[in-house]
Design a protein around this ligand. Structure first.
Ligand code: NAD
Ligand code: DAU
Length: 349
């Protein structure tokens, strides 16, 4: 019976991961440590809240006493570290919290895990710290080429710089102490339960409410889209079979320009839901500061070593995603109440 400490499990990817793992394995325990910032939402985990294998703890990954006590209370085998401030636009407006949560929070988790797991002659058997990083640590690609695990790190935004800081601290714990770690760097995720500040759920929500669809700059920036369940599957594979100390890129040649994404969402909603949703809603707005042009992952390493590949094509994943939001309007209404409106107005005024 393995016990996972999942941080940030009430967020988008973390909650998908918890649901995926509890469905896949009967004999695991999951402790979900989440501060419940604006991005954390326990509604995502309603279906497992009374599952005996699942425990929720509200708290901050920067809290040394709390995290130390979790390691004392539970026999934790794996830390799966998702908790972070994750939105690039917010990092441009307010970088400090990104440095605090993403860098210092990660160091606190690493320290607490080290204190609990280090033995006189090495490390407790079978433990691992899995750090969920991002392809943004590599910076931006031009029109050709892909990110490899060996691509030099060159982050641009305060968000990606803070993720690079945490990524390098995890590497340092492996290089210095031989702490058992893995790092995964994935591309843009999409799917159920994503907060509508990110491009795809924002587009869906705005289409359904006949609001403008803000396109930054030319709309020609490119992202490499990864269906969230494929990402969860990859993380599970790396935890089980990844070589210690290794970095694995996760993504899979699903590159699209932003304007293509916008038109795909409009077309689906126009044809299947609401004829009034048309290209007229598109509004070109000022570009994001330091906007990375293109991300594109080369997933050869994880494919060759672990047999992972993204099973969900973008064409299938986007329809599944839009249908999920159509079937969960109440979820969308709840997460866009309160401060969301204020945030949104400040973003585009
Ligand atoms: P998210 O913003 O949806 O969720 C983040 C979660 O972390 C929230 O539940 C929030 O409450 C929690 N959290 C924030 N600060 C905390 C703190 N101090 N202590 C405890 N919990 C805290 O993020 P996401 O999109 O699910 O991303 C998860 C991870 O994956 C992040 O580390 C992010 O950098 C990384 N990542 C995301 C993507 C993507 O496309 N979303 C791609 C690559 C990497
Ligand atoms: O690549 C992985 C990263 O993907 C993760 O590390 C981040 O946590 C995650 O937020 C995401 O970052 P992006 O900045 O790529 O995602 P976002 O959804 O914010 O934007 C996607 C693209 O769409 C980007 O080029 C900016 C553009 N955009 C975004 C928004 C919100 C718009 O044109 N209009 C918008 O309203």
């Amino acid at each position: 019976m393995k016990t996972y400490l999942v941080t940030g499990g009430a967020g988008f990817i973390g909650s998908n991961f918890i649901l995926y793992m509890l469905k896949k394995y009967r004999d695991i325990n999951i402790i979900n440590l989440d501060k419940l910032t604006y991005a954390g939402n326990l509604e995502n985990l309603k279906s497992v809240e009374s599952d005996k294998r699942y425990t929720f703890v509200q708290g901050d990954i920067c809290d040394k006493e709390l995290v130390t006590n979790l390691f004392k209370k539970y026999e934790i085998d794996y830390v799966v570290h998702f908790a972070a401030e994750s939105h690039v636009d917010r990092s441009i407006k307010n970088p400090e919290i990104f440095a605090k949560t993403n860098v210092l929070g990660t160091v606190n988790l690493l320290n607490c895990a080290k204190n609990a797991w280090e033995t006189a002659d090495g490390w407790k058997a079978g433990v691992k710290f899995h750090h969920v990083s991002t392809d943004e640590v590599y910076g931006s690609l031009g029109e050709t080429g892909y990110f490899l695990e060996t691509t030099p790190l060159d982050p641009h935004s305060p968000y990606s710089a803070s993720k690079t800081g945490s990524d390098l601290m995890v590497k340092a714990y492996f290089d210095t102490y031989k702490m058992p770690v893995n790092i995964t760097r994935c591309s843009n995720n999409y799917g159920p339960y994503q907060f509508p500040e990110k491009l795809i759920p924002l587009l869906i929500n705005n289409c359904l409410n006949h609001k403008d669809l803000p396109v930054y700059g030319s709309g020609m920036n490119i992202r490499d889209w990864l269906y969230v369940e494929d990402h969860c599957k990859a993380i599970d594979m790396v935890i089980n079979n990844g070589r210690l100390g290794q970095v694995y890129n996760i993504g899979g040649h699903n590159e699209r320009t932003n304007i293509t994404i916008v038109k795909t969402v409009i077309n689906y909603i126009n044809e299947n839901v609401d004829k009034e949703v048309t290209d007229n809603l598109i509004k070109y707005v000022a570009d994001r500061k330091g906007h990375d042009l293109r991300y594109g992952i080369d997933p050869t390493k994880i494919k060759n070593e672990l047999g992972w590949y993204p099973e969900t094509t973008f064409e299938i994943g986007i329809v599944k995603t839009i249908k999920w939001y159509l079937g969960n309007k109440e979820w969308m209404k709840n997460v866009t109440s309160g401060d969301y409106q204020k945030y949104y107005e400040k973003m585009y005024d």
